[in-house]
Design a protein around this ligand. Structure first.
Ligand code: NAP
Ligand code: HSE
Length: 435
């Protein structure tokens, strides 16, 4: 596409994020022009239902339900995709690139599953493809990984990258409420979506971790390769025990690379209550990165919402538009991938564990449980027993183990569940050491 004297944007989607983007493009047009050196104009906006009320009152004439009005318009030189989902967003982005249009997206699902092939197409077509808003909303993460931290070998990434679950866990920690009540409140406040499954099952965090791990370790880490467990099974009593033991419960997204082997997982953890990540509360996100040169750095801020996310989208627009203005061709974001690295199976991961069991309160029960753990080579660090139901002669036991293999722990749990004396294995939470 020939260099242009104007940045002409086609917006795909105008929901939460798209409304924020449209508002900034409209209300801050003079600021953007000053920053970039070229006028920026929102030309067309694709939606499903033009009658819907939106977060920003845009000129109705700009709305269309026909994607061709954006993708086949030769005057539009930049496409901003904020529709979400793999399809038709992926097809539209490919069409835009093939037509020589620059592309910005906030779509974590698409980037996590198809990022390398989209970047390859962008390179082939000599267009830019930016996705800063796909992880951590307004927190700068993608650019720091690609540029500021580029001299480092990244050893580890640990992150709280889902605001909805962090809000729910904070409520459960601070107010002792059960999961269902905290979720209802998150929905009432507009943090959780009507269908919050992707958030509470950990899927949203796995998409974001896949994007970060792919950038950090120069190998394509796909969401399907990430062990993912959500927060739905956590009970208020786990939070009380965690506090007594000096821990806080968080949903962490963790990835590391050692000797060419990548470990990537998303699940609830017990985290030392004094750890930096343990003190990131409410809807805030935080990403801690360990580089061999820089040491530990942490990025934190609002990971979702119209304006924080639009802030990252507009930063990408400015970045690409500055290249347009310089008429210098694009510094195509080629990412060099190493040969595929081995993704460590979850069975091989070694952590400490917290187990909460409901057991019969009678002689010999503890001995049965410790025998099973011993035979699976799992060493116990501490046990707390509380009588919970005197009449039914049931007791609750909380066991904290030393470091053990995941596979061994899962075998032990299966055996414990078969014991007559074990009524229920209520929770199994891995313990994340802070170092
Ligand atoms: P949203 O509120 O559901 O908005 C989606 C928009 O896309 C709507 O305007 C919808 O049209 C339009 N759309 C969807 N499918 C379409 C189709 N097939 N044809 C035409 N239009 C279509 O979503 P969102 O929360 O803004 O999220 C957008 C993207 O940003 C997602 O990839 C999400 O993961 C990402 N993201 C969101 C946040 C956040 O805080 N919400 C943060 C970071 C990243 P109608 O309005 O007519 O229904
Ligand atoms: N649903 C996500 C969250 C926001 O709760 O963090 C978009 O990334």
């Amino acid at each position: 596409m020939a260099p242009s004297r104007e940045v002409r944007i086609g917006l795909l989607g105008m929901g939460t994020v798209g409304s924020g983007v449209a508002e900034i493009l409209t209300n801050r047009a003079p600021d953007l022009e000053r920053e970039i050196g070229l006028p920026v104009r929102l030309c067309r906006v694709l939606v499903r239902n033009p009658e819907r009320r939106r977060g920003f009152a845009l000129d109705q004439q700009l709305l269309t339900t026909n994607p061709d009005d954006v993708l086949d318009d030769p005057n539009i030189n930049m496409v901003v995709e904020v529709m979400g989902g793999e399809e038709p967003a992926g097809t539209y982005i490919r069409r835009a690139m093939k037509a020589g249009k620059q592309v910005v997206t906030a779509n974590k699902e698409l980037v996590s599953k198809q990022g390398p092939s989209l970047l390859a197409l962008a390179a082939e077509r000599n267009v830019d493809f930016h996705y800063e808003a796909s992880v951590g909303g307004g927190i700068p993460l993608i650019a720091p990984f690609k540029q500021d931290l580029a001299a480092n070998r990244i050893g580890r990434v640990r992150a709280i990258i889902n605001g909805t679950t962090n809000y729910i866990l904070t409520r459960m920690t601070e107010d002792g409420v059960e999961f269902a009540d905290a979720l209802t409140e998150a929905q009432r406040l507009g943090y959780a979506e009507a269908d919050p499954a992707n958030d509470v099952e950990g899927t949203d965090a796995a998409y974001k971790l896949a994007i970060l791990a792919t950038l950090a370790f120069h190998t394509f880490v796909q969401p399907s390769q990430i062990y993912t467990e959500g927060i739905t099974r956590l009970a208020a009593r786990d939070f009380r025990y965690a506090r007594d033991l000096g821990y806080t419960i968080k949903l962490l997204a963790m990835a590391s690379d050692s000797d060419g082997q990548v470990e990537a997982r998303v699940h609830p953890v017990l985290l030392n209550a004094h750890a930096l990540l343990a003190r990131v509360d409410g809807v805030y996100n935080a990403v801690q990165v360990e580089g061999d040169l820089v040491g530990k750095v942490m990025f934190t801020g609002r990971g979702a919402g119209a304006m924080p996310t639009a802030s990252a989208v507009i930063a990408d627009v400015i970045d690409i538009a500055q290249d347009l203005q310089r008429e210098m061709g694009f510094i195509t974001p080629v990412i060099h991938y190493d040969q595929a690295k081995r993704i460590q199976p979850m069975d091989e991961v070694r952590t400490r564990f917290y187990l909460r069991l409901e057991v019969a309160d009678r002689p010999g029960v503890l001995a049965q449980i410790t025998r099973v753990l011993g035979e699976e080579d799992i060493s116990i660090a501490s046990i707390i027993q509380k009588e919970v139901n005197d009449a039914a002669r049931l007791a609750e036991i909380v066991i904290v183990t030393h470091t053990a293999r995941e596979g061994a722990l899962q075998r032990a749990i299966a055996r414990l569940k078969r014991l007559d004396s074990v009524n229920d294995v209520g929770s199994t939470i891995r313990i994340e050491e802070d170092d």
